[in-house]
Design a protein around this ligand. Structure first.
Ligand code: FAD
Length: 408
C-alpha cells in the first residue's frame, strides 16, 4: 500500500507534520520506535517542567511563613514527585495519541529505516511512500573521556529515572537543560555544582542575562565554575582543570545533543535532526511551514529557560550589536506586580535600532509569556512609538515593556 508521506519519528516535528498533512487529506504513516511525543514529551520539556513545578512549590511552601501562612512541611516524598511527573507525561501522551488518531494519520510502532527515497522498511515490511519526512530527533551527547555509564555519569534521560535524590550533584554544561536541573535539585535542597567550559553561565544568552543568572545562582548557593571542565575522575572524586575537587553522588552531563541524521539525502528533514535550533517549538514550526506554508523568521525563535525567575529572549544580544544599537533596561523592581509576587529579581532589556526593537532579553516571572509580545513587535517592525500606544493592564509584568520604552 502506498502513502503520500512516510514520517520517521513521532516527536513534535513528526507528529505535527503528520497530523497537519493528514487533516489536509494526505495519506500519512508515522513510524515511532518508542513513544509518541518524542524527547519533548517523554524525556524533555514536559517531565522537567513537572519536576520544576514540584520543586518550586516545595521551596515556596518552606518560606510561606514570610507571607503569614502557618504551614508545617515535614519533608517530601521524592518517589511521589517522580510519579506525578510520570503521570503528567502519560496524560499528555494519551491526548496526543488521540489527536493523532483523529487526524487520520496512521502510526506504526517500530524502528524504521529508509531503503530508498520512496521506501521505508519497518518490522519486516516495506512501505511505499511518495515522500519521506525524517524527524528522528537527537540524542544526549557525551564527551571523550566522559562517556555515559548511566550510574555515575548520567544523561538527561537517565536523571529522569532516579529513585532518590542525591546529596550533591555536578552538572556539566549550563545551557537550558543544565540550568533547569540545577534549579530543580537546588530547590529540593541538593548541593549543586555546575561546571561550564565557556566564560559565563548560559553562554548563548545576552551577556547581562548570563551575569544575572550567575548572581541568582550565587544567592542560592549553587556553586559554579566558569572556563572550567573535568580533568580527571577517580573513584567518584572529580578533579576540575581549575584544581577544584568535588565528590558528587553523580554527574549530570548536559553538554548538548547530537542530531540523528538520515541515511539518505533525498528526504525532508525536520526538527532536531536538522542540527540547527534544537527546540520543540522550532520543530513544530518547521512542520507547520511544510504542511501549511506558514513561514517564520528564524532569528526570532524564542529561547526560554523555566524556573524562578524565568529567562526568555529573542533577537539580537548585546554582544551582537554595534554602536548603532541602543539598549534600555528596566529592573522588575519598578513593577508593582513583582513586589506582590515576591519576585523582584530580574529585568526587561530591550535593544533598539532606529527606534525599532531588534532584541529582547527578560529575566522575570512570566518571561515566557512576555517574550511573545516583544516578538510580535519585532516581527512586525513596530516602532517604540507604536508600542507606547498599547494600553497595558496594571499591575502586570507586561506594563514593564511600556515603562522600559519610556526610557528611550
Ligand atoms: C531535558 C530536556 C528538556 C527540554 N526542554 C525543552 C523545552 O522546555 N522547550 C523546548 O522547546 N525544547 C526543549 N527540549 C528540546 C526538545 O525536546 C526537542 O527540541 C524536541 O523534542 C525535538 O523534536 P523532534 O521531533 O525533532 O525530535 P524528538 O522529540 O527527539 O523525536 C524524535 C522521535 O523519533 C523517534 N525515532 C528516532 N529514530 C527512529 C527510527 N529509526 N524509527 C522510528 N522512530 C524513530 C524517537 O524515538 C523519537 O520519539 C528539551 C530537551 C531535553 C532533553
Amino acid at each position: 500500500m502506498g502513502y503520500d508521506y512516510g514520517i520517521i519519528g513521532g516527536g513534535p516535528a513528526g507528529y505535527t507534520a503528520g497530523m497537519l498533512l493528514a487533516q489536509r487529506g494526505k495519506s500519512v504513516i508515522i513510524f515511532e520506535k518508542d513513544k509518541l511525543g518524542g524527547t519533548c514529551l517523554n524525556r524533555g520539556c514536559i517531565p522537567t517542567k513537572s519536576l520544576l513545578h514540584s520543586s518550586e512549590l516545595y521551596k515556596e511552601v518552606l518560606s510561606s511563613a514570610n507571607i503569614g501562612l502557618d504551614i508545617t512541611v515535614n519533608s517530601f516524598d521524592f518517589l511521589k514527585v517522580m510519579e506525578k511527573k510520570t503521570s503528567t507525561v502519560e496524560k499528555v501522551r494519551k491526548s496526543l495519541e488521540l489527536a493523532v488518531k483523529n487526524s487520520g494519520a496512521e502510526v506504526v510502532y517500530a524502528n524504521a529505516q529508509i531503503k530508498d527515497k520512496n521506501t521505508i522498511f519497518a518490522d519486516g515490511i516495506e512501505y511505499n511512500v511518495s515522500e519521506i519526512i525524517y524527524a528522528a530527533g537527537s540524542k544526549p551527547k557525551d564527551i571523550k573521556g566522559l562517556e555515559f555509564d548511566h550510574k555515575f555519569i548520567l544523561s538527561s534521560d537517565d536523571v529522569l529515572n532516579i529513585t532518590r535524590l542525591p546529596e550533591s550533584v555536578l552538572i556539566v554544561g549550563s545551557g537550558a537543560i543544565g540550568i533547569e536541573w540545577a534549579r530543580i535539585f537546588s530547590n529540593f535542597g541538593v548541593e549543586v555544582f555546575v561546571s561550564e567550559i565557556a566564560e559565563h553561565l548560559l553562554p548563548l544568552a545576552d551577556i547581562e542575562v548570563s551575569k544575572r543568572v550567575e548572581r541568582i545562582f550565587k544567592q542560592r548557593k549553587i556553586k559554579f565554575f566558569l572556563n572550567d571542565s573535568i580533568d580527571s575522575i577517580e573513584d567518584r572524586t572529580v578533579k576540575l582543570k581549575s584544581g577544584n575537587i568535588i565528590t558528587p553522588d553523580f554527574i549530570l552531563l548536559a553538554a548538548g545533543r547530537a542530531p540523528i541524521n538520515p541515511e539518505v539525502s533525498d528526504c525532508i528533514v525536520l526538527g532536531d535532526s536538522c542540527g540547527e535550533i534544537q527546540l520543540a517549538h522550532y520543530a513544530i514550526h518547521q512542520a507547520k511551514r511544510l504542511a501549511l506554508g506558514i513561514d517564520y523568521d528564524k532569528t526570532l525563535v524564542p529561547s526560554v529557560i523555566y524556573g524562578e525567575p524565568e529567562i526568555a529572549w529573542a533577537g539580537l544580544r548585546e554582544q551582537d550589536c554595534g554602536e548603532d544599537c541602543k539598549k534600555i533596561i528596566l529592573p522588575v523592581t519598578a513593577l508593582g506586580k513583582s513586589w506582590c509576587d515576591d519576585s523582584t529579581d530580574g529585568f526587561i532589556k530591550l535593544i533598539l535600532k532606529d527606534n525599532i526593537i531588534v532584541g529582547a532579553h527578560i529575566v522575570s516571572k512570566e518571561a515566557s509569556a512576555l517574550i511573545h509580545e516583544l516578538i510580535i513587535a519585532m516581527q512586525n517592525k513596530l516602532t517604540a512609538d507604536d508600542l507606547k500606544k498599547v494600553c497595558f493592564a496594571h499591575p502586570t509584568y507586561s506594563e514593564g515593556i511600556f515603562e522600559a520604552l519610556l526610557r528611550v
